[in-house]
Design a protein around this ligand. Structure first.
Ligand SMILES: [Zn+2]
Ligand SMILES: [Zn+2]
Length: 285
């Protein structure tokens, strides 16, 4: 039975922006990253074909911008084969209901994210007390009620393959969210990270606005399992990615990426884990 799709009851437009908002960047010939206010979505596919998918679905109210960015790249009335979700936080599913209605395409996510995408479970409350900046303090206004995608969302295959993206595999990178995943392509070592790590200090309003590039752990106010988050960064660093497109901040490549990821692994406790906050247990690390 098909259920109606709807957003959570606390769904709303969030007035936040950055200098990158509205900008698109072609990272590789078939990898395009576009910023909606403060979050990125990724388009994977070669322009000139009709074969593409999008990863994540922007901020609340951004469906028209996402559709326009895809049509600019793939032609009028083009539509992706699927929408893949790194996780279900509000800033990654903000336009998904309108997008699924407009395109009529399937959504794929990790099994452990399904309760948050099918109206069953809310994410834990964001933590405004966490060590960090103004965005952390704003975080109680962020929606955390589950959206309802009904039968439109499907579990990713357990074997790591990605529907409609034959050369990528998904990698479970929990910590920031239980079913958080990243996507990796072996042949050119391209990595779509989601929020497992980001290249902007997402708690700081100033750094979010200026998008100053700086490797950082997952956004603090929504990360609830720091031990898992640390392991996930180690997993991703071990892949030795040549390019990383993160959910927040500009894409990072080459030696800067290698050095930054190395440092994040080495100094994760100092760089990523907040000194204080609701989800920090000082006895664990
Ligand atoms: Zn997130
Ligand atoms: Zn995010």
């Amino acid at each position: 039975m098909e259920k109606d799709m709807q957003y959570g009851s606390d769904y709303k437009f969030i007035p936040a922006t950055s200098i990158a908002s509205g900008m698109g960047m072609q990272v590789l010939p078939d990898l395009y990253c576009h910023t909606i206010q403060i979050v990125n979505f990724v388009v994977v596919g070669e322009p000139g074909t009709s074969d593409f998918v999008i990863v994540d679905a922007g901020m609340p109210g951004s469906a028209e911008e996402i559709i326009a960015a895809c049509e600019e790249r793939f032609g009028a009335n083009s539509r992706p084969k699927a929408i893949l979700l790194t996780h279900g936080h509000f800033d990654h599913v903000g336009a998904i209901v309108e997008l699924v209605e407009h395109w009529d395409v399937p959504v794929y996510a990790h099994e452990l994210e399904m309760p948050f995408l099918t109206g069953q479970q809310s994410y834990p409350d964001p933590d405004p007390t966490v060590e960090g900046g103004m965005v952390a303090k704003m975080s109680p206004m962020f929606p955390n009620e589950p959206i309802q995608l009904g039968d439109h969302v499907e579990k990713l295959p357990a074997d790591g393959t990605v529907p409609h993206l034959s050369d990528f595999r998904w990698i479970h990178t929990p910590g920031h969210a239980p079913g958080h995943i990243s996507f990796f392509r072996e042949k050119d070592r391209a990595l779509i990270v989601g929020d497992a790590f980001v290249t902007v200090k997402q708690e700081s309003l100033y750094k979010v606005i200026t998008q100053e590039q700086e490797i950082s752990g997952p956004p603090r106010y929504l990360t609830t399992d720091w031990q898992a988050a640390k392991k996930s960064v180690e997993t991703l660093a071990a892949l030795k990615p040549s390019v990383a497109i993160t959910g927040h901040g500009f894409p990072m490549t080459g030696s800067l990426l290698e050095e930054s990821l190395g440092r994040l692994v080495r100094d994760f406790d100092q760089i990523a884990i907040p000194d204080y906050g609701r989800y920090v247990d000082k006895n664990i690390h």
